[in-house]
Design a protein around this ligand. Sequence first.
Ligand code: FMN
Length: 341
Amino acid sequence: MLYRLIRPAIFALDPERAHRLTIAALKWKPAGTPPAPGPLAIDVAGLRFPNPVGLAAGFDKDGEVPDAMLGMGFGFVEVGSITPKPQAGNPRPRLFRLAEDRAVINRMGFNNGGAEAALARLARRERRGILGINIGANKDSPDRVADYATMAGLMAPHADYLAVNISSPSTPGLRALQDEGALTGLLDAVIGARGVKGPPVFLKVAPDLEPADIDAIGRIAVEKQLGALIVSNTTISRPPLQSRYAGEAGGLSGAPLRLLALERLRDFRKATDGRIPLIGVGGIATAEDAWERIRAGASLAQLYSAMIYEGPGIARRIVRGMEALLRRDGFASVAEAVGSE
Ligand SMILES: Cc1cc2nc3c(=O)[nH]c(=O)nc-3n(C[C@H](O)[C@H](O)[C@H](O)COP(=O)(O)O)c2cc1C
C-alpha cells in the first residue's frame, strides 16, 4: 500500500538509479526473519521451501540484500548473476521501464562486482532461509565453461542451490551453451566443480527455444539429475507493446512475457515428464498467475518485474492469495497441485 504512494517518486528517476537507491535502502533496513514453513511449503531438490514464491535473479546481482528480501516474505531468493571477474556491463541506458505494458527491457550484460566481492558478503552471512546463487561467465572470457566451473566451486559452500544461467540474451554467444553438445560438457564441469556434497544444480533456460532444443535440454537435465529447470529468462521476442521503449534491444520481462513463459513451462513439463522439478518465471504478478504456473507443472515460482510495479509487499500478497487458491481447489499441499491442470 505504501509503495503506491512512493512509486511516482521512484518512477520519476532513471530506472537504474531507482534500483541502486532501493538496494541502498534495503541495506539499511533490519533484515527481519525468513518466512516459516506455511501451508504452501514444498520440498524440491532436497530443500524445504517455506513457500513457493521466490525472488528471481537480477534484482540482487551482487548478493547485497538476500536477507532483507527473505524478510519480505519470499520463500527463497536467488542472487546474481555473478561472474568470476567484476564487469561493467553494457553502456547506459540499458534498463527501461515499459510502464504501459507492465514490462521491463534490459540489456545490462552481467554488470556485477565479481566473485570475490560477492563471496566476502555471502560467506559471512548467517545461513537462514533458502539462498540460490546464480552464476554466469565473463563476456571477454576465453573459456566460458571454465568460468562456470570456477563459479560453481567458489559459490557451492555458500549456496542452497546453484543456478546456471546460460539464457541471458545480453552476453553475445552465451545462449549457444544451451545447444546439446555444449550443454553436456558445461554441466559435467559444473557438477564436477560443485563437489559430491555440494548443493543441487539448477539450470535457467530462455523462453526463445525451438521444440528440438527443449527436448534435448529436458533429456540432458534428467540424465544429469539436475535439481530443477528454471523456465524462463527474458525473451528477445517482441509481443505487441504500447511503450515508446518497445524498440529497445535486450530481454523483455514482465506481463508481456507471461503467456510465452507459461507455454515453455508446459513444453518442459512434457519433455521431462515430471522427472525434474520446474520453476516457473516470467510475467508472474498475482497469486492467480503463480497458481496457474503450479497447475501447469511448476513446483516453485519466481518473479522480478512485477515487484517494480507492485512493490516488495508482493511476496506476502501472492503467498496469501495462493493459500486461498489451494483451499478453493481442495488440495492438501502445493506438491499435490503441481501439474494438475
Ligand atoms: C533488470 C533485470 C536484470 C536481470 N538480470 C538477470 C541476471 O543477472 N541473471 C538471470 O538469470 N536473470 C536475470 N533477469 C531475468 C529474471 O530473473 C527473470 O527470469 C525475468 O525477468 C522474467 O521474470 P519477470 O517477468 O518476473 O521479471 C533479469 C531481469 C531483469 C528485469
